[in-house]
Every structure is written in structure tokens, then in C-alpha cells.
Design a protein around this ligand. Structure first.
Ligand code: ZN
Ligand code: ZN
Length: 343
């Protein structure tokens, strides 16, 4: 197998030949077909996740089952089955897993962060983390649906519990925010998209934003001028920036839910009165569950959401470093590493 391996932080991945792995008991060997290159991979390369090195990145992927480890029932996904991969290994029994919040499992381990991921021609996956898909699904679309679309879906539906008719403000129109825009529009909300980039504001309009607003100083006032009395019901913050975190709070109104998805470790100032006087709330939304993946796959099949804007840049594994550079420099929303055509 071929793998792109990170040996040292802030240095390029090395494309290496490795022996084909054997699936341990309870695990499945998958031939990778597509893997999205995500902001989290850039964060990983900088040492943000403090991963033990060497590590193979890659957490939003699709593939075909090659071999089942001992004890895996063939009914899970027999060899040859096209699958989406869920990157969060979870115990299934802890207090978070037992209420279905497996993304927050107390013994969470993530593919491409704590164990080797799908920047490789083959990857090992725990049996509960393969989700069979249809042969008619596009492998590249399946890959990006498992993260770039499922992450904002989780934020809007599970955390934000958005309702039709609500106004949803989306800060950032990148790999996550662009999909928050189209999902909120599909859910029947009035969508206001915020970005500093004209090209991204145009993309937001194409994806169903009802209003677009230029980011930067004074953005809260510009957005609130478009909202009804009391401001927006929901604010989704997808930018990894403490300045934008604060702008999201300033934009919120009476009874607003602010959902933070973009991550930065920098702090921002928050006064109790920001929340108390408005009886508003701030939520963190992290990742997604297999149920979220199944639901966005179905939305894609019915044409309710598109992945076209995420699939403009396809590269072979050998160009994984170029894909990371493109993302870091803001030249692309996403790149997808592909391994041949179709399943
Ligand atoms: Zn990701
Ligand atoms: Zn658990």
C-alpha cells in the first residue's frame, strides 16, 4: 500500500510504500477510493492535535471493503461493499455513547489523528465505523459528505435544533460554512452568510443564502439590520478565529443560540450580561455521528444538497502536500485525494 506519512510537525508528508495491513479482530481493511483534505489536516500537521508521530492523516473518506478481521460478521459489509468511513472510534457503552452522542465518546480515538487515516491506498477501520453506501453514489461525494457536510448538519440539526422560518447567520463560507448555508436553506430557514471574500459571498448566494454580508468591522450591525426585532434566532460560527467568535456573540440577539464549530485555541471576551440580558446561549458542536452521515447521504441522493463546490480539486495521493498547501493558503475550500475512478 501507499501512504502519506507525517514524521515531524510542520514538515511535508512523505509518500511511502508500506506492507499491506491485516485487519485485527473486529476491524475491517478498506481500499480507499477518496479522502477529503480538510482544515483539521492542516491543524494536525502544525501539531494542533498533539498526535503521536508518525501518523497517516485523513479522516473524511470512502472506500471498498477488502477484508474482514476475525469475528466481523459478513453481514456488516461483505468484501466488495462500497462504504463511507466514520472516523471516530467509540466504545458504544459509555454515558455519551449510550445516549447516541458517540462523537463525544469518553474513550474516543480518531482515524487520521490517533490512528492511521486515509491519506493511503488502504486503511484499517473498526467494524462499527463502516457505513455501507450505494454503488450509484459518487465516492468523492461520499468522502466529503462524511465531514464537510455532516459537521454543519450536526451543528444545525442536533445542537442548534433549527426550525423552519428561523433566521440563521453563518459566519464563514469555507468547507464547513458553505454547507451550513445550503443545509440551513434546505431546512427552511432565512440564511444570512458572512464572509470577507466576494467569491465566497457569491458561492453562498448560489447555495441558497437569502442575504450576504461582508465580514470585518461593523459586521454585527450590518447583519442585525437585516434581521427582525430581537436579532437572529441562530448564529453558526465556522471560522477558526477568536475575533469572529466575538463577532458572532455581538450579532446574536434575544434568545439566540450561538453555535461554535470553527476552532481556535485563542480566547475572546465574554460578559455574563452578553448571555443573561438576552437569555441567549452558546453551544459547541464537535464532529458528527454515523446517523448524521446517513442523513446527509440521503439529502445528497435526493438533490437537497450538492457537493460540486467541494470536488473542484482532485489530486492523486502523491500530491497530498500540494493539497494541504492549497488549503492553508486559502486557494481552495477542499481538495479530494482520489484513487482511480468509481468504486
Ligand atoms: Zn475534517
Ligand atoms: Zn463511548
Amino acid at each position: 500500500m501507499q501512504a502519506a506519512v507525517l514524521h515531524r510537525y510542520n514538515s511535508p508528508l512523505e509518500i511511502l510504500e508500506r506492507p499491506d495491513p491485516k485487519p485485527p479482530p473486529g476491524w475491517i481493511l478498506v481500499d480507499v477510493r477518496s479522502c477529503g483534505v480538510c482544515g483539521s489536516d492542516v491543524f494536525l500537521r502544525k501539531g494542533g492535535f498533539n498526535s503521536t508521530l508518525p501518523i497517516v492523516p485523513g479522516h473524511e473518506a470512502s472506500g471498498v471493503v477488502r477484508e474482514l478481521g476475525e469475528g466481523v460478521a459478513p453481514s456488516v459489509a461483505p468484501p466488495g461493499t462500497p462504504v463511507a468511513l466514520y472516523y471516530i472510534d467509540h466504545c458504544g457503552t459509555c454515558r455519551m455513547c449510550s445516549v447516541g452522542r458517540v462523537n463525544m465518546c469518553l474513550s474516543v480515538r480518531r482515524m487520521g489523528v490517533e490512528y492511521d487515516g486515509a491519506f493511503a491506498s488502504q486503511v484499517l477501520v473498526p467494524e462499527r465505523n463502516v457505513i455501507p453506501v450505494l454503488p450509484s453514489d459518487d465516492p468523492a461525494a461520499v468522502a466529503v459528505l462524511t465531514d464537510a457536510v455532516a459537521t454543519p448538519y450536526h451543528g444545525l440539526v442536533r445542537i442548534g435544533k433549527v426550525q423552519p422560518g428561523e433566521t440563521v447567520v453563518v459566519f464563514g463560507v469555507g468547507g464547513i460554512g458553505s454547507n451550513a448555508v445550503q443545509l440551513a436553506a434546505h431546512l427552511g430557514c432565512t440564511v444570512i452568510a458572512v464572509s470577507r471574500s466576494d467569491a465566497k459571498l457569491e458561492l453562498a448566494e448560489r447555495l441558497g443564502a437569502h442575504h450576504v454580508v461582508r465580514g470585518g468591522e461593523g459586521v454585527a450591525e450590518r447583519v442585525r439590520a437585516l434581521c427582525g426585532p430581537g436579532g437572529p434566532e441562530v448564529v453558526v460560527q465556522s471560522v477558526g478565529s477568536a475575533v469572529v467568535d466575538r463577532q458572532a456573540i455581538d450579532t446574536s440577539g434575544i434568545g439566540s443560540r450561538v453555535i461554535l464549530i470553527g476552532t481556535t485555541t485563542e480566547g475572546f471576551e465574554l460578559r455574563a450580561t452578553d448571555l443573561v440580558w438576552r437569555e441567549s446561549s452558546v453551544w459547541g458542536s464537535r464532529g458528527f455521528t454515523p446517523t448524521d452521515i446517513r442523513e446527509v447521504l440521503e439529502l445528497h441522493r435526493t438533490g437537497a444538497v450538492t457537493t460540486d463546490h467541494l470536488l473542484l480539486h482532485r489530486r492523486p495521493l502523491a500530491e497530498a502536500n500540494e493539497a494541504l498547501e492549497d488549503l492553508q493558503a486559502g486557494r481552495v475550500l477542499r481538495s479530494v485525494l482520489t484513487f482511480g475512478e468509481g468504486w
